[in-house]
Design a protein around this ligand. Sequence first.
Ligand code: NAD
Length: 292
Amino acid sequence: KEKQIAVGVVGLGSMGLGMAQTLAGKGFETLGFDLSGERKALAKKSGVIAAGSIAAVFERSKFLVFSLPTAKDVAGVVNDHLDMLKSRKDDRVIIIDTSTSEPDVSRDLAATLAKIGHGFLDAPVSGGPSGAASGKLTMMIGGAEEDVALARPVIEAMAAKALHVGPSGAGNVAKLVNNLLAAAHMITTKEGLKLAFSAGLDPEAALRVLNAASGRSMMSEVHFPTWIMSNTFDSGFSMGLMRKDVRLARELAARTGARLPIADLVAELWTGSTDLDDSDDFTRMGAFQTSN
Ligand code: NAD
């Protein structure tokens, strides 16, 4: 019966492609659009209907799942389609924006869409490309209770854990807090392993200890063993996106008056690491043997 629910996925990158594949695999009629033809071709191989235009996705979908790089991209896509959404009166469309976006932008978009009878949820995710492809993401949601209830089947298809944390913008705040900590953990874990190494303790042994003791985090449990100690550096999350997240967390702190000395240093380290490009995988920040 879920076949009747059309879900449109806008942005088929590292995360969006996996989400589209998951939705299609679970029986939703899934339309996908990306500016890149290559990404659309990949989606098509997994049962996603590759749309010729983004307008076609907006026309047909009851739910729109966004997975775009920045808040600017999200606002651009919504604002370009306001007229089309206005013409879909009495047919509530709900946008589930999984991008790591900005709380103020999400609040504005939710208010604009509410006026014309549509819903907008900020619903950023954690769990990486593998979580997207397996439907096991953690999702943090901001928005109206009724919209979360309506979108529940789509949300649950993508996320093993979906936490509705507050009104519009709250999901984005939660995600920025989470990624600030992940960014800090990447650096502190790297420093711990560097200290172990320089003091003559095998970093592999040090990592085993951290993961059995109080120094552990997802960075030590997943990222270091999977992508850093193995020297593969292919987690599918880019330096540029993590730099965006720490910048946004710092801007949020400045706007709200929260004094966060460590966050300032963390942001400086991520943005100031000039030996790494925005297109590099973010796990390269953990390479403790290559820097001094
Ligand atoms: P990505 O760069 O791999 O994918 C983004 C895709 O959006 C690209 O394929 C691009 O062509 C497409 N795109 C850009 N503008 C578009 C437009 N106007 N219309 C249609 N398509 C457009 O990025 P990603 O790693 O998939 O991340 C997407 C979002 O999810 C980001 O906000 C990121 O911060 C967040 N995120 C990423 C991860 C991860 O592990 N990669 C984890 C959690 C959250």
